[in-house]
Design a protein around this ligand. Structure first.
Ligand code: FAD
Length: 465
């Protein structure tokens, strides 16, 4: 028997559900990746993520070769290419792991239709998360709309165990393949220094987390100036590590930790649950991609202000912590979670710009850009989202930086114009809108004034609906 394994967001040989099943069920497996026909311009795609993807695919191709197989690349419409490949190779089935977002889901449904029409088996597996779709529901079989009860129900469910790494597979010879994609494939250039891709680098990051980061995570995760988080988001996004293995290793480690450190580690597991919470929100309520999750705030009138938006993107707002974060994003394709909240609130609550503009910019820049988490994070920050964070809780960028970057080490790392100033000067608004340092812009707005404006904007909208 011959089976195709369609690689998508599962670029690994360790604990890969569909790949394992494909290898166990057939003598010959044809691993295939279908390269998109992206033309270099897309509201939600950018070079950083493509670079990470290319690195990860190159390594995957090598690992598959070491296991005795060959990764086939095709380019174009995924369903068409898969159906052609099935015909060419006389394969009987296509196996793949499900994609949690609605765009992936559409393609899967189309593949099922084509498979039924052309007579090949299509098998989809759960792999990207521990619990998906309708697995976590309320007592009355409704999806959860609030995180805390969802997380309690999630924690109670039994968890799947990892499956064995695929170390041997046979691919028939003579199959046409494109070469491993590089940024040249899409004719795009890279400006940022992105984190190393590939399964090996991701596994090293996971090992480092389990060995040391986990025990202190809860205590340091919010500090902008420390490397206190796992840096595994892009690895989960592309499936370079498996969520089952990560969760299992965290749980094992937790049993060995004293109580305080166990609490720190539990906070980490809580973040993994947030990831699945947003995935299930998007699954049940795909309309969040269009408008507010909270029905009270649908149709809100945000501002469009291209000049202010450009200053935010460039990290030229005159708010040191905001600028540091936006420059970190532009230069590395990553931004610390606390900084994502600060910059997202600044765009929405201080500049009153539509959160969908920020959401799209983040999607173009972030190496870990994930539709569900990004949308969830933006709606949370804008005050329109699924969690109980009320719109009137508006973070003050000055006090946020004093709390989470006390020595201003993060600010100084990304905003060199401010390197010679004492930290205290970087956490308070300068008098009468003057710049804090020569060559650095004056704050573009007054936070207290804009905060009031936001409160009125939300109040007016509620009054009008
Ligand atoms: P850690 O702190 O080590 O967290 C562990 C893992 O838990 C992460 O790798 C991630 O998979 C998950 N996680 C952590 N926080 C969240 C969260 N709030 N929501 C969902 N999952 C979470 N995360 C993305 O993966 N992709 C995005 O596109 C994305 N966009 C965001 C946009 C905004 C406005 C905000 C506020 C948050 C966003 N997040 C996103 C969540 C979070 O900021 C990142 O997951 C985190 O910063 C990644 O760094 P880390 O791996 O070191 O995280």
């Amino acid at each position: 028997k011959r089976t195709l394994h369609w690689f998508r967001r599962d670029l690994r040989l360790h604990d890969n559900t569909a790949l394992r099943q494909a290898v166990d069920s057939a003598e010959e497996v044809i691993p295939v990746y279908v390269i998109s026909e992206w033309k270099g311009e897309h509201r939600w795609t950018g070079p950083n993520r493509q670079e990470f993807l290319c690195q990860s695919l190159a390594e995957l191709a090598e690992r598959i070769e070491q296991a005795g197989g060959r990764l086939i690349f095709r380019q174009g419409n995924a369903v068409r290419e898969l159906a052609l490949l099935v015909k060419e190779t006389k394969a009987e089935a296509v196996y793949f792991n499900r994609d949690p977002d609605p765009f992936g889901r559409e393609v899967e449904e189309e593949l099922v239709r084509v498979g039924a029409a052309q007579g090949f088996e299509v098998r989809a597996c759960k792999d990207a998360c521990l619990h998906e779709r309708d697995e976590v529901l309320t007592g009355s079989s409704e999806p959860y709309r609030v995180f805390t009860p969802y997380s309690r129900a999630w924690a109670k469910l039994p968890k799947d165990k990892p499956v064995a790494r695929v170390s041997k597979l046979r691919t028939p010879g003579g199959i046409r393949s494109e070469s491993v994609p590089t940024l040249e494939t899409w004719r795009i250039a890279l400006d940022a220094q992105v984190i190393a891709g590939g399964e090996d680098a991701a596994r090293k990051r996971m090992a480092a987390l389990v060995a040391s980061g986990l025990a202190s995570y809860g205590a340091v995760r919010d500090r902008l100036d420390l490397s206190g988080t796992s840096r595994l988001s892009q690895d989960l996004r592309y499936g370079l590590i498996s969520i089952r293995e990560l969760f299992g290793r965290c749980r094992e480690k937790m049993e060995t930790l004293p109580a305080t450190q166990r609490d720190n580690a539990a906070k980490y597991v809580g973040e993994l649950i947030w990831r699945e919470f947003y995935q299930q929100i998007l699954w049940h309520y795909p309309e969040v991609l269009e408008d507010s999750f909270n029905p009270k705030f649908r149709g809100m009138r945000w501002k469009s202000d291209p000049a202010a938006f450009d200053r935010w993107c460039a990290g030229e707002t005159g708010f040191p912590v905001v600028d540091a974060a936006m420059r970190q994003l532009a230069q590395t394709g990553f931004m610390h979670n606390r900084a994502r909240m600060i910059t997202a609130m600044f765009l929405t609550k201080d500049l009153h710009i539509d959160w969908r503009e920020g959401e799209a910019y983040f999607m173009r820049q972030l190496t870990d850009g994930e539709i569900a988490s990004n949308n969830g994070g933006w709606q949370w920050s804008a005050g329109t989202g699924a969690d109980a964070a009320p719109y009137f809780r508006i973070q003050n960028p000055w006090t946020q930086s004093a709390r989470f970057d006390p020595d201003a080490a993060y600010i100084k790392q990304w905003v060199p114009e401010l390197r010679d100033l004492p930290a205290e000067k970087l956490h308070v608004a300068p008098a009468s809108g003057l710049p804090i340092a020569l060559g650095y812009p004056a704050p573009m707005i007054d936070h207290a004034t804009e905060r009031e404006w936001t409160l009125q904007m939300f109040a007016k909208h509620q009054g009008a609906t």
